[in-house]
Design a protein around this ligand. Sequence first.
Ligand code: THG
Length: 367
Amino acid sequence: MALISPSRRLRRTPFSDGVEAAGVKAYTVYNRMLLPTVFESLEGDYHHLKNHVQVWDVSVERQVELRGPDAARLMQMLTPRDLRGMLPGRCFYVPIVDETGGMLNDPVAVKLAEDRWWISIADSDLLLWVKGIANGYRLDVLVDEPDVSPLAVQGPKADELMARVFGETVRDVKFFRFGLFEFEGRELVIARSGYSKQGGFEIYVEGSDIGMPLWNALFKAGEDLNVRAGCPNNIERIEGGLLSYGNDMTDDNTPHECGLGRFCDTQTAIGCIGRDALLRVAKEGPVQQVRAIAIQGDAVAPADRAWPIFGNGRRVGHVTSAAWSPDFQTNVSIGMVRMTHWDTGTELEVETSDGMRKATVQPGFWA
Ligand code: THG
């Protein structure tokens, strides 16, 4: 692949200077912003993430802020997950659907107060959809993108590093909840969450000016913990079954096809724009669904397009993400598979960029 040409359209982040100084080797583009993908190597980063602690510039997880009396009403219009029981201080993983029940995004909703929410978005222009709804329904709510850039601290030593910078009480933050912690006189939202299965936190850095001071403080405090700059790791996230919007799902998929049925309460999510459509598809059940799939043979190339899946010689789906797993000693992948072939243990063939490979449906996260 050729290099990415820098320009103003391709936004830098408050931490880009630190990311560059740390020797970033590759970027992807996400929400029109730079997202690092490799520092040492995909496998080197993977082992380090599982054993130590990393600081990730995930500024690309842009926030859509809802502020005003109709904020909660608007939030419920966007998702089939019932938000009535959600208290301030909580984070919810929420499918966002359009009027056909198609997935528009799979963000984390952060409830700051009854009338103030952040939607921490995956890679699609959700701001435009939300602004359109707020204005079309004449809701009393302000919708914009604040100067908030998440910085993730992930890995088994994340608690130790965070306690050194923010104090011991940060250890008490529970999964998918947040607290307010001070840094240089500013209150920051810190949640126990992040796009890995290794545990850790996400700091919602409010104010670009404190980005590099915080970055530097974390690296200084973690010298003896072998802290490194890292990024969402494609091997680790496929092993862990974390979906990637635009890769593993698009607006052609319902949440049920994405295995996100457990985050839908379509019966009681009154006001959700896709509710009628989802009530219909939920009754029938999906005819295809995401699956973890082991692909035999040596390391495959990254899946930069959908790889057709065949069962008994017929097309039965496609692989959407794949990587060689050093720990599992096989290629791990995520694919969308028709119901006739989605049972655990089903033998398949995948037409990878490196030719046809045998593959097997794994027990997993969504079955
Ligand atoms: N954190 C924040 N914003 C984000 C992401 C994040 N925006 C983009 C992207 N990631 C959104 N997608 C996901 C996908 C999975 C999870 C979070 C965001 C996730 N899932 C857990 C799981 O599936 O095991 C837990 C879900 C739950 O139990 O609620 O963490 O990572 N701020």
